[in-house]
Write a protein that binds this ligand. Structure first.
Ligand SMILES: [Zn+2]
Length: 551
């Protein structure tokens, strides 16, 4: 479960670990043993935190496949197999770049960095900073560009530097080294977006620290050695898909992500220590994965089933719902025949005193309210209902395909996204109750055609509540281009009023360039209620601008 959701959920509940002492029936004791075995295996050190695309993920997927096989499910992945593989883009690796001046190596990031549209090349030369001789690297002070852009609200620094590079290359530069002698912040940063086409020559940017150290005297000639080497970092995630085919026209999807944070190397860990630690992810989401395998066993045993059941263990949820997104874009069953989707993410820490169970997606079908109130045992659970179809987990991808969803979650806890999220802290009897509830819901819904789908007023996932204003969009987490691609628009919010649409890519908010989700959030935090500004965005090949007013 992505971190930015953390703050939002604090509002919902905090569960403190406690002793789980319920008296259990024999059948439930057996279920506790089964899910305990699964959670202990999935969260043990050997699996190294199950980061998508790692050997740890492979061990986990082998384990889940053998469970699905033992249960008797049919493989429903790619080419009739269990797996559905998809590529994960991890940004650009620039660590192999080198840049030296007069034999001293500059420090990457701190003193310089290549620009994303640089070519991958080695160039040397002895240019003077103030002189531009054909066939040698040229230094270029962007102060001039910034002065010319002062009153241009639509100014795009990256575009301007790329255009300037082309001009200079045309005039004979073998490389361009940009620097900024003005006091004004230029906002130049390395853009890690995927698929940026390179220019013909290497292009570097020297930071303020680098300029102060190496470019003090612009009349001097410098021996420069440039070696730009950028590589796109990619890995493969693997959804695991098993099918209980009853020959029905309709299929129910039951899902849970099985990946977790590994050693926290993707920056979504809340662990503040310095040693590299395995993030065990017992609750997040070995608990949901164990529930998935258990429900497959239970439903497979049921003799009276009419609907088909598709069990999906998603990968790369922690990188932005990538696995479920990929599945809904490349479904291995007809999505229009999916009657509804149930998602379990962190169902292992039911609090023994508050008994809080959060059910999300409550508003995505009029069927849910009656069903839930008639199925949930109020002695076991204190329900917290969230009507929104969007939220911090994989059901969102199905909701965005107009499929009714329900999301089950036992609440946030202090071990969330930390190495201490361990199997010993799981409330196994509590999870057994959650599994029973989900089983009862499927039983009651079995054989029903597709329940009616209703759109919900979606809380803005990803826009941390710290903001004063929001545009009312849902960002597309799997988008790896430059800007923020809109995945969904909320009714009655500024974006809808301004006519923004799903698929539009926001590239500027007022005078703030938007190249990533982070820069979008930074730009948003600059505005207040009632403020008026402009949104620049691309729609297909067109660049458009609309006025918005925050409310
Ligand atoms: Zn999770």
């Amino acid at each position: 479960m992505p971190r930015s959701f953390f703050l939002l959920l604090l509002f919902f509940s905090i569960s403190i670990p406690n002793a789980h002492s319920q008296k259990l029936r024999k059948a439930d004791r057996q279920m506790v043993e089964e899910i305990q075995t699964d959670i202990q295996y999935l969260s043990n050190d050997k699996l190294e935190g199950r980061r998508a695309g790692t050997p740890g993920e492979k061990l986990a997927s082998d384990y889940i496949i053998s469970s699905f096989q033992k249960t008797g499910l049919k493989p429903q992945g790619d080419q009739g197999g269990w797996l559905q593989s998809f590529e994960i883009y991890d940004g650009k690796d620039i660590s192999q770049c080198h840049f030296s001046i007069n034999g001293s190596e500059l420090v990457l990031d701190k003193e310089y960095f290549p620009l994303s549209f640089s070519s991958n090349e080695k160039v040397t030369g002895s240019p003077a900073i103030a002189l531009q001789e054909s066939g040698s690297p040229w230094f270029f002070d962007i102060k001039e560009i910034m002065e010319s852009a002062q009153n241009n609200p639509h100014f795009d620094m990256e575009k301007a530097l790329r255009a300037e590079t082309r001009v200079l290359a045309g005039r004979g530069a073998s490389a361009v080294i940009f620097f900024n002698s003005s006091k004004t912040d230029d906002g130049v940063e390395f853009n890690p977006a995927e698929g940026i086409l390179p220019e013909k020559i290497p292009v570097l940017y020297v930071t303020r620290a680098g300029r102060k150290k190496y470019l003090k005297d612009i009349s001097q000639s410098l021996d420069v050695k440039i070696d730009v080497h950028m590589e796109e970092k990619k890995r493969w995630g693997h959804n695991i898909i098993g099918y209980l085919d009853k020959g029905s026209p309709y299929t129910v999807v039951i899902g849970a992500h099985y990946d977790h944070l590994g050693y926290g190397e993707d920056g979504n860990s809340l662990y503040l220590g310095h040693e590299k630690m395995i993030h065990h992810g017992a609750d997040d989401n070995a608990s949901g994965t164990a529930a998935l395998m258990e429900l497959a066993r239970m439903l497979n045993k049921s003799r009276s089933l009419k609907s088909n059941y598709l069990f999906i263990a998603f990968s790369a949820e922690e990188s932005g719902l990538l696995g479920s997104k990929y599945f809904t874009q490349h479904p291995t069953v007809d999505l229009t025949k999916v009657s509804y989707m149930l998602n379990m993410d962190m169902v292992g820490r039911l609090n023994d005193s508050s008994h809080v169970l959060i059910i999300g997606g409550y508003g995505t079908s009029p069927e849910w309210s009656g069903l839930i109130s008639s199925t949930v045992n109020k002695k076991i659970f204190t329900l917290k209902l969230d009507s929104s179809g969007t939220g911090p987990s994989d059901h969102t991808s199905f909701y965005l395909k107009n499929i009714p969803v329900l999301f089950f979650f036992t609440g946030i806890h202090p071990d969330y996204h930390k190495p201490t999220d361990e199997a010993a802290k799981i409330n196994y009897p509590g999870e057994v109750q959650v599994i029973h509830l989900i089983y009862s819901i499927t039983e009651k819904m079995d054989g029903m055609n597709k329940p009616l789908f209703t759109k919900t007023k979606d809380e803005q996932f990803g826009e941390a509540p710290a903001f004063n204003v929001t545009l009312g969009i849902m960002p597309d987490y799997s988008f790896s281009g430059s800007g923020v691609r809109i995945d969904a628009i909320s009714e009655g919010r500024p974006a809808e009023k301004a006519g923004l649409q799903t698929g539009d890519v926001i590239i500027r908010l007022g005078r703030y360039q938007v190249s990533s989700l982070q820069s979008y959030m930074e730009a948003l935090s600059k505005f207040n209620r009632e403020d008026k500004t402009t949104v620049e965005f691309s729609r297909g090949t067109e660049i458009k601008t609309v006025d918005v007013q925050f409310n």
